[in-house]
Design a protein around this ligand. Structure first.
Ligand code: GLN
Ligand code: ZN
Length: 758
C-alpha cells in the first residue's frame, strides 16, 4: 500500500482566524488562554480536514513562524527577549515583533530579522547565532501537539527543521562560523528524537530544503556528519527537500543514512527517475506530486501515467504527498462563491489538493477503476482549461511573438535623453519627490469599500477619489516638492489594482496566504493570456496633472512585480506571462505619455524576489525579467522620463541587470543602510539618476533636515551630485498625514540647503 502524508497545512485558518486572534492578543483584547484555545481549535480542524491521510503533520502549526518555533524548541531565542520577563509566549512574540521602548516604560527589544523563505513569499524569523550560542531542548510544544493529534485518532508525523538547514537559515552575529555550532546542536536533535520515540513516534519529517541550494564542501560535509550522528535515533527520519532540484546534491541526499527521502516531484520530475534507480532498497521514497505552491488542479491521469511505473518498482516503499508544505496555498476552494464556475473548476486549494492525493493513492492501491469518477472529473477540468477561449487569446500571442529587442530600446542614450528631459521639466538640482503613495486614511478605505459593495455610485466614487487627489496635490505643493504624485488613493494594493483591470486575471474572496506573522496576502490568479481592455490609470493621473503646474509622476507597477506577486499559470513558462504583462504595461505607459504625462514611474518592488535559488539560474531569469521591464518602459520619447523603484537592501549581485533596465531615475530604499547601499552603484559606475531614500518612513521619529543633508552628502561622495534625487523610502501609505508632512518638510528643507551649499 502507498502511504499518504502531508508536509504541512496552512495555519492561518479558512477565515484567517489565527490572524484575528493574534492581533487581538497583541492589543490585549484576548487572554493568552483564549489565543491558545484558538490555536488548538485550528489544529483540530486542520487535522480533521486531513484525516484521510495515513499520517498527518504535527508541529507545522505556529503562532508566528515555524523557524522561530524551531529556535524556541532548541532554546535559541535571543537573550534580549528574556530580559523583561513575561510568559513563554510573550517572549516568543517579542522576538517575532520586537517591542518599542516607547510603548513600555522600559527598554525596547529589537525584533528578529525577517527574510524570505527560499523563493517563496513567506518570511521567517532568522535564527541568531554567535560563538557562545548554547542550545537547550524544549520539546513541550511538539509533545503536546502529538498528544492532541492522537486524541483525535490521527497518526502523527512530527515535522521539524533539520539541523543543517536550521543553521543555514540563521545568521552569525559575531562573525563566527555557524557551522561550528553543529557539534553542540546535534546532541539536542538526538535528544529531541529520543523524546519523540518515547511518545511512540515512528517517523519524523526532517525538513532539509537547503539541499536544493548551492552548497559548498563544508555544508555538504555538515550533512554527512549530521545524519551519520543521527543514524542511531529510534524514529525513522524522512529527509525532506522541496522547492527545487537537488542537482549536485542529489547523490549526497540519496546516500545520507536516513530511512526515507522526500522529493519535490513537481519541480524536479526528471530527478525522480534517477533517484528511483539509485535509492538503496531499504529506503522509502516520498514523492511530492501535488503542487503545494500553486492553486491549479492536478491532471490526475497524467500524474498516474507517470506514477504507475514508479509504483510498480517501489511498491510499498512509495509515499505520496504534496510537493511542499501547503502553507503557500489558501485553505479551501469551497469558500469561494464568486469565482466564475468555469475557472473555479480548474482550481484546487489545500483541502482539494489532499483529496487529489487520496485519489492518486487509491488509484495506485486499488486500480484506477476505484476512482474513475474523480479521474474523469480531473481530466475534463484539464481539457476545459486547455481548450477554453478565456485562456488563449490569439491576438495576445501574436503580439508577444512580435516582440523584438528594439521594442525595449530607448531612442537615445541616457546622456542625450536627460538633456531633453531637463529642458522639458526644468527641475532644480537635488529634485525632491516621493515614491508614490500618500496616507491611506480611514476615509479613503471606506470610500473604496463602499464602492466595491455597490453603496456608492461610480460618479460619487470618482468625485471622492478626486477630492483625495486634490488634497494630496495641494499638500505636496505646499511642501514645495518638485515632482508630485497623485497619491494612489484608488489602489488597495499595487498588484491587485492592475490585476483587476487586466483580462486574464481573476480574484478569490478568501484565498489568503500567510506572508509573515499575522500578515496575509491574497495573490491574484493569473489564468489566461493577459490583455488590457482599456487604460487603467490615465484618468486619475491626467486629473492630478490638471491641478498643478509642477510635473506629475504617473505611477505603475511593473510586469515582473505583478508576475512575482501572483499565482501564475503552470501551462506556460513564467517568462511568457511576463512578456504579456510587459505589453499591457507598455500600452499604459504610452497612453500616459500621450496624455501629456512627462514622468512615469514603474515600480519593480519584487524583481529581486523572483531570483532563482541557484545562482547559475539567475542570468536566465534576469535576462527575461529585465527584457520585460524594458519592453514595458522604453517605448517612450526621449523627453519622457522613466523612473523605477525598488525596495531591497542588496544590489551588488544584480547591479548590472539594474543598469540594463536603463530607467532614467531609480529610487531605492537606503535610509537604514546609511547610504552604504550606494557602494554597489558607485563601484559599477551606474550611469543614470538615483534617488536614495533619505529617511525610514516606518520609524515614528521625524527626521531633521540636518540628518537628511548629511545623508545626502554621503550619497554625493558616491554618486555625482547632479544625478541625485531626494526622496523618502517607500510606503507613505502606511503613515498618517500628521507624520508625513513634518517629515517631508525637513526633507525639502535639506534639499534647499544642499542646492545652496553643494
Ligand atoms: N508606489 C508604491 C508606494 O509608494 C511603491 C510600493 C513599494 O515599493 N512596495 O507605496
Ligand atoms: Zn518600495
Amino acid at each position: 500500500m502507498v502511504t499518504t502524508h502531508n508536509l504541512g497545512f496552512p495555519r492561518v485558518g479558512a477565515r484567517r482566524e489565527l490572524k484575528f486572534a493574534q492581533e487581538a492578543f497583541w492589543k490585549g483584547q484576548i487572554s493568552e488562554q483564549e489565543l491558545q484555545a484558538t490555536g488548538a481549535d485550528l489544529r483540530r480542524k486542520h487535522w480533521h480536514l486531513q484525516q484521510r491521510l495515513d499520517r498527518v503533520p504535527v508541529g507545522d502549526f505556529s503562532f508566528y513562524d515555524q523557524v522561530l518555533d524551531m529556535s524556541a524548541t532548541l532554546g535559541n531565542l535571543p537573550e534580549r527577549a528574556a530580559e523583561s520577563g513575561g510568559t513563554e509566549l510573550e517572549r516568543y512574540f517579542r522576538v517575532a515583533r520586537g517591542r518599542s521602548g516607547q510603548e513600555t516604560a522600559c527598554c525596547g527589544v529589537q525584533a528578529g530579522e525577517m527574510t524570505k523563505w527560499f523563493d517563496t513569499n513567506y518570511h521567517y524569523i532568522v535564527p541568531e547565532f554567535s560563538r557562545d550560542t548554547r542550545f537547550s531542548l524544549n520539546a513541550n510544544r511538539l509533545i503536546g501537539e502529538i498528544a492532541e493529534a492522537r486524541a483525535q485518532g490521527q497518526t502523527p508525523k512530527p515535522v521539524i527543521i533539520g539541523p543543517v538547514t536550521y543553521l543555514w537559515l540563521g545568521k552569525s552575529k559575531d562573525g563566527s562560523n555557524r557551522l561550528d555550532l553543529l557539534h553542540t546542536l546535534l546532541p539536542l536533535y538526538s535528544e529531541l528524537l529520543e523524546r519523540l520515540a518515547d511518545q511512540g513516534i515512528d517517523w519524523v519529517q526532517v525538513d532539509e530544503p537547503a539541499l536544493v541550494t548551492d552548497l559548498d564542501a563544508d555544508w555538504r560535509h555538515a550533512y554527512s556528519l549530521a545524519y551519520h550522528q543521527l543514524k542511531t535515533a529510534k524514529p525513522k527520519l524522512l529527509l525532506t527537500t522541496y522547492f527545487g532540484e537537488l542537482r549536485d546534491n542529489l547523490q549526497l541526499a540519496c546516500e545520507l543514512p536516513v530511512a526515507g527521502l522526500h522529493l519535490d516531484a513537481v519541480s524536479t520530475p526528471q530527478e525522480v527517475a534517477r533517484v528511483v534507480d539509485w535509492l538503496p532498497p531499504h529506503k522509502q521514497l516520498s514523492l511530492g506530486v501535488i503542487n503545494g505552491r500553486n492553486i491549479w488542479r492536478t491532471n490526475l491521469e497524467h500524474t498516474l501515467d507517470w506514477l504507475e511505473p514508479i509504483h510498480d518498482k517501489l511498491g510499498d516503499r512509495l509515499w505520496l504527498a504534496p510537493s511542499c508544505s501547503l502553507l503557500h496555498v489558501p485553505v479551501d476552494l469551497a469558500s469561494e462563491q464568486k469565482l466564475d464556475p468555469e475557472i473555479r473548476n480548474w482550481l484546487a486549494f489545500a483541502v482539494q489538493k489532499l483529496e487529489e492525493l487520496a485519489t492518486l493513492a487509491t488509484a495506485l492501491n486499488q486500480g484506477r477503476a476505484a476512482v474513475s469518477e474523480a479521474l474523469k472529473a480531473s481530466a475534463s477540468a484539464a481539457l476545459s482549461r486547455k481548450t477554453s477561449s478565456r485562456v488563449c487569446n490569439p491576438d495576445v500571442r501574436s503580439r508577444t511573438e512580435g516582440i523584438t529587442r528594439s521594442l525595449g530600446q530607448r531612442q537615445s542614450p541616457y546622456t542625450q535623453r536627460i538633456v531633453a528631459q531637463q529642458k522639458r521639466l526644468g527641475l532644480p538640482r537635488f529634485p525632491t519627490t516621493t515614491i508614490g503613495s500618500f496616507p491611506q486614511t480611514r476615509d479613503i478605505r471606506q470610500t473604496r469599500l463602499q464602492f466595491r459593495r455597490g453603496e456608492l455610485s461610480e460618479a460619487d466614487y470618482t468625485a471622492r477619489i478626486r477630492e483625495e487627489i486634490r488634497r494630496c496635490v495641494t499638500e505636496q505643493e505646499a511642501l514645495g516638492l518638485d515632482v508630485l504624485v497623485h497619491g494612489e488613493a484608488e489602489r488597495n494594493d499595487m498588484v491587485e489594482y492592475f490585476g483587476e483591470q487586466l483580462d486574464g486575471y481573476t480574484f478569490s474572496q478568501f484565498g489568503w496566504v500567510q506572508s509573515y506573522g499575522s500578515r496575509c496576502v491574497k495573490p491574484p490568479i493569473l489564468f489566461g493570456d493577459i490583455s488590457r481592455p482599456r487604460a487603467m490609470t490615465v484618468d486619475w493621473i491626467r486629473y492630478a496633472q490638471s491641478l498643478t503646474d509642477k510635473p506629475l509622476k504617473g505611477m505603475l507597477t511593473g510586469p515582473v512585480t505583478i508576475l512575482n506577486w501572483s499565482f501564475v499559470r503552470d501551462d506556460q513558462p513564467r517568462q511568457e506571462s511576463c512578456r504579456q504583462l510587459a505589453l499591457a504595461i507598455r500600452d499604459e505607459v504610452l497612453d500616459l505619455e500621450a496624455a501629456g504625462v512627462g514622468i512615469i514611474q514603474i515600480d519593480e518592488a519584487a524583481l529581486r524576489e523572483g531570483l532563482p535559488l541557484r545562482t547559475s539560474d539567475w542570468k536566465d531569469y534576469l535576462d527575461w525579467a529585465i527584457e520585460a521591464f524594458r519592453v514595458a518602459a522604453n517605448g517612450v520619447r526621449d523627453e519622457t522620463q522613466i523612473h523605477t523603484h525598488m525596495c531591497y537592501s542588496e544590489f551588488n549581485d544584480i547591479i548590472e541587470a539594474i543598469a540594463r533596465m536603463d530607467a532614467d531615475v531609480i529610487t531605492i530604499e537606503t535610509s537604514r543602510s546609511d547610504m552604504e547601499l550606494l557602494d554597489a552603484f558607485q563601484d559599477f559606475q551606474y550611469p543614470n539618476d538615483i534617488g536614495p531614500g533619505v529617511y525610514d518612513i516606518h520609524s515614528p521619529n521625524i527626521p531633521d533636515s540636518e540628518q537628511v543633508r548629511l545623508l545626502m552628502k554621503k550619497a554625493a561622495e558616491r554618486i555625482p551630485a547632479e544625478r541625485l534625487w531626494v526622496n523618502p523610502d517607500c510606503g507613505l501609505k502606511t503613515r498618517q498625514w500628521e507624520e508625513v508632512i513634518p517629515a517631508l518638510q525637513q526633507m525639502v528643507a535639506a534639499a534647499r540647503t544642499l542646492r545652496e551649499t553643494t
